[in-house]
Design a protein around this ligand. Structure first.
Ligand code: URA
Length: 237
């Protein structure tokens, strides 16, 4: 808990004295209510403080960015309504984190989690166009035409996907499967699965190997690590 005027001052509104004046003048709201009582205690992690209706960002919060190699069978939510295992069950730290985007329950691979709401907003904004690299295992032998279709963009749910980079990693004729790498920078719901369905191919496995150029090849499945400052900066660029 922290005194309101201290919180305001530490987050760049004005000097502590001046902030006290602002509180007395009714310019400060906590969780939607004007607070004029000096010394009101707030929880910087949970309470929403506004100065002249502008949200005061708690810059004292240490921001945390985690890269998880998600296993299949886990849902990408903070709490699941059906009590299924969530990605949060794999991360044993006390900070409240949210996933940046999502992976389906049966998709494995790179997932970033953070307590930095601004980062989530920026990274998931379509204009940011961060590439996501997927390894897809498909039933059957993929043809050159099918690859070209995927690259040019296919129609899923009345939406034409943007050009993608696609290359064959392996074709196993004996097992009758193809492994393909697909790089996209959009994030429509179940996009890769739907793209493959659109060319008539059945997805046997889907793994996101990279977000931008941050890969999970050195992380065991189910394990996580902190992103470095450099990695975070690069994603935001
Ligand atoms: N595309 C999908 O189909 N599923 C994911 O989890 C991610 C991308």
């Amino acid at each position: 808990m922290e005194r309101l005027q201290k919180f305001l001052a530490q987050n760049g509104i004005a000097s502590r004295r001046k902030c006290e004046e602002y509180i007395l003048q009714g310019k400060v709201k906590v969780n939607g209510n004007v607070v004029t009582q000096l010394g009101t205690q707030i929880d910087p992690e949970k309470d929403e403080v506004r100065f002249l209706n502008e949200l005061v960002k708690n810059t004292n919060t240490k921001h945390i960015y985690i890269l998880l190699n998600k296993p299949i069978g886990y849902v990408t939510t903070v709490q699941d309504q059906f009590n299924r295992e969530t990605v949060m069950d794999l991360i044993d730290i006390k900070e409240r984190l949210v996933p940046v985007g999502r992976l389906d329950m049966y998709t494995s691979g790179a997932l970033i989690l953070t307590n930095d709401g601004d980062f989530v907003y920026k990274i998931t904004h379509p204009k940011h166009e961060i590439t996501k690299t997927y390894n897809v295992t498909l039933k059957g032998k993929i043809t050159k035409d099918e690859i070209e279709n995927l690259m040019a963009g296919v129609v899923i749910d009345d939406y034409k996907t943007k050009p993608a980079k696609v290359r064959i990693l392996k074709i196993d004729e004996q097992k009758d499967i193809s492994r393909v790498e697909i790089i996209i920078h959009e994030g429509k719901n179940r996009q890769v699965r739907k793209m493959c369905e659109a060319i008539g191919k059945k997805v046997l496995a889907l793994h996101r190997s990279k977000i931008g150029d941050i890969g999970v090849q050195n992380l065991k499945i189910g394990k996580w690590r902190y992103l470095t400052e450099g990695e975070v900066k690069k994603l935001l660029k």
